[in-house]
Each structure stands twice: as structure tokens, then as C-alpha cells.
Design a protein around this ligand. Structure first.
Ligand SMILES: *Cc1c(COP(=O)(O)O)cnc(C)c1O
Length: 368
């Protein structure tokens, strides 16, 4: 979270805007909270240049919740639906898209159109090689794989691949760090907790023509059409999360919007990858054309030159202890990948990355 946002929220905790109430004490239907929600939606639409045909839904359930919410909303009756199976296409580029495909199997016939598993999730399969099926209900990608640090630099153009299905994009971990190519998107979703605000708020951007395909089993509170028709107020939305995200949206605008965040992400990630590539001790093997600007996984090497996956290895343990002593926290890699990972989201200032790079170099000297 940007520090300025936390300071503002702390100041208003007991009394928002002279209302005599903190945000957590407001009625979600009162004029105070309604104004907070409306401004948050306007600012987000503005920031991400969300076209009018997309609904912005403030939901709950997280990114993993959307893995079920999406198929329940897109795999139901279509007027022209053929009898027979309902199927969906998935592009597996890491742990998150893997989880998405697994969940969707409960609701549809899942086809894996492409996977980078055989390459240890170090590259992105070229869309020209994707084995898309005929008429899938949707094609799912994760546009930034948070654990392995693989990011689409441009979204696939399904139409150009001869596929009319909507593209579903899990953009949880890089939303608002780069512009969105809305003309290629049907549904985009993101848990707020990486780049937009506190955990508990989930954003879904749903194209208008996709609101009418829900399965009968889809819970009303997670039915896109119902949530859209009720301006995200069918049931009580995560009010405090929306308020905090609204402060982040204002902060993002004050910083110069998504263009400024993208420039900052390029500067921060270039600096960090450069330091890793220049060193003898650290490595990142993701192909240069799909390295994530948000999540930079890296490994320390052992004396034999092999990456040290195990966080308990003495060299890794010493590295992490030294990082912690310098206030460089949460550097340990995800348990499914091992090694280290620096997540350098929007709110991380360049100075934070500079401090990490200085530490990388200092630690390497002690290991010589
Ligand atoms: C963090 C993350 C999620 C998280 O889902 P939650 O249900 O909000 O925990 C989903 N997808 C991606 C790509 C993520 O990085």
C-alpha cells in the first residue's frame, strides 16, 4: 500500500469527512458510502480507460473465487447453444492458470490449449501454436504469473487466431501497472490485494454481451448480471476494501496514472533484472521477452553453480536474514517455486529496488 494512502486512512478512521462515522460504521446504502463507491468506480474506469461496454463489478471471493465464478457465469445457456458438451480452453503458464483450469473442470470440459510446463514455466507459448477448440465458451489466460514471474507483454488476439470466444484474463498481480487492451478482452478479473488495495475486494470487468450466459447453479451474489444490475450492491459489498482501493485509485491518478506506473515498473524491473544478470551468484531464467515487471523470482547459486531451491539452505538462510536486517521483507520465493522472489508492485518505490540491488551486490561480495 502507498504510505500516503495508509496515512490518510488512519486519519479518517474514526471520522470520515466530518460524517461522525468511520467507513466501517456506515450503511452501505447511505449517501456517504454511495459517494465513495461511485467515485472509486469513476476513477478506476478513468485510470484503466475501461470502455462503456464493460461493467466494473466490486465483488468478493478473490482471484481463486473467480476461477469458479467465471465458468458459472459463462458456461450456461446460450440461445444458439448446440446440444452436447460445454468446453473451455486454458493456456497454462504457471501455478495460477493451472489452478484456474483445475477449478473450471467442475463446470466444463477443459482443453489445455498450450502449456509451458515442460519449459519449467520460463517462456510463453506463442499464440500461433495454441491448440484452440471449436467454439469454446471462453479462453483463459493469466496475464502475469505471480509465482514464476512470466508476463504477457501483449494480450493474444483471439480473433486473429480464428477464435470468436471471449478472452478471460486473470490480471490479479499486474492490474494498473500497464494499459489494458480492452478490444481483446471479454472478462478480466483481479483480487485487489496485489496492486489495488487490501484483501477482500475482487474486481471483475465484464463485457456487456457476456452477462446472459450464467449456469442455473450460479449463486445470485456471484451472478455477474445480478451484481451489475444492482451496481455491486446486491448484497453488502466489501465496503472498507472499496474505500481503501478508492484511495489507491486517487493516489494512482496523482502519480500520473497507469502510464506513470508502467514507466516506474519498467525502471524498477530493468534495474533488478540487470543486477541479477550481471552477477555470478544470482540467476533468473525466464526468457527476456516475457519477464514480469511485477514479480522477479531469482535463485542464489550453490558452489556447483546450480540454483539453490531450498529456502533452508545455509546460503539462502543467510541471504534472507541479511535482507530482513535491512528491512527488505517478503523476499522468500513462493513455496511451489523455491528460491527468492521480489514483488515490486505499484506502491514499491524505486528506492526500495535500489536498496535491494545494493544488498544483492553486498551479499555477493561476502560469498566470494
Ligand atoms: C494472488 C493471485 C490470485 C489470488 O487469489 P485469491 O483468491 O485472491 O487469494 C489469483 N491469481 C493470481 C494471478 C494471483 O497473483
Amino acid at each position: 500500500m502507498p504510505e500516503a494512502v495508509l496515512t490518510e486512512a488512519a486519519r479518517d478512521m474514526l471520522d470520515w469527512n466530518g460524517s461522525g462515522m468511520g467507513v466501517m460504521e456506515m450503511s452501505h446504502r447511505g449517501k456517504e458510502f454511495t459517494s465513495i463507491l461511485e467515485k472509486a468506480e469513476r476513477d478506476l474506469r478513468d485510470l484503466l480507460a475501461v470502455p462503456g461496454e464493460f461493467h466494473i463489478l466490486f465483488m468478493q471471493g478473490g482471484g481463486l473465487g473467480e476461477n469458479a465464478v467465471v465458468p458459472m457465469n459463462l458456461c450456461g445457456p446460450l440461445a444458439e447453444a448446440k446440444s452436447g458438451e460445454v468446453h473451455t480452453d486454458f493456456v497454462i503458464t504457471g501455478g495460477w492458470s493451472q489452478k484456474s483450469a483445475k477449478e473450471a473442470r467442475k463446470y466444463s470440459q477443459v482443453n489445455v490449449a498450450a502449456s509451458n510446463e515442460a519449459n519449467q514455466h520460463r517462456q510463453l507459448p506463442d499464440p500461433a501454436t495454441w491448440q484452440l477448440t471449436d467454439n469454446p465458451r471462453y479462453v483463459h489466460i493469466c496475464s502475469n504469473e505471480t509465482v514464476f514471474g512470466v508476463e504477457f507483454q501483449t494480450l493474444p488476439d483471439l480473433k486473429a487466431l480464428g477464435c470468436e470466444a471471449p478472452l478471460v484474463v486473470d490480471c490479479s498481480s499486474h492490474i494498473a501497472s500497464r494499459p489494458v487492451e480492452w478490444d481483446k478482452v471479454g472478462v478480466a478479473f483481479a483480487g485487489a490485494q496485489k496492486n489495488l488495495g487490501p484483501a477482500g475486494l475482487t474486481l471483475a470487468f465484464v463485457r456487456d454481451d457476456l452477462l446472459d450466459q450464467a449456469m442455473g447453479i450460479c449463486p445470485s451474489a456471484f451472478n455477474y448480471k445480478n451484481v451489475a444490475a444492482n451496481q455491486s450492491m446486491y448484497n453488502t459489498p466489501p465496503t472498507f476494501g472499496i474505500y481503501m482501493a478508492g484511495l489507491v485509485f486517487q493516489w494512482l491518478k496523482d502519480q500520473g496514472g497507469v502510464a506513470a506506473m508502467e514507466a516506474s515498473a519498467i525502471a524498477k524491473s530493468t534495474l533488478l533484472y540487470g543486477a541479477i544478470d550481471a552477477s555470478g551468484l544470482y540467476e533468473n531464467k525466464v526468457e527476456a521477452n516475457c519477464r514480469s515487471r511485477m514479480n522477479v523470482p531469482f535463485f542464489l547459486k550453490g558452489d556447483d553453480g546450480q540454483p539453490l531451491l531450498d529456502a533452508e539452505h545455509p546460503r539462502n538462510a543467510a541471504f534472507l536474514a541479511g535482507a530482513k536486517a535491512r528491512g527488505l521483507l517478503n523476499i522468500k520465493g513462493h513455496k511451489s517455486a523455491g528460491g527468492m522472489r521480489a514483488s515490486i508492485y505499484n506502491a514499491m518505490p524505486l528506492e526500495g529496488v535500489q536498496a535491494l540491488v545494493a544488498y544483492l551486490q553486498e551479499f555477493e561480495r561476502t560469498q566470494a
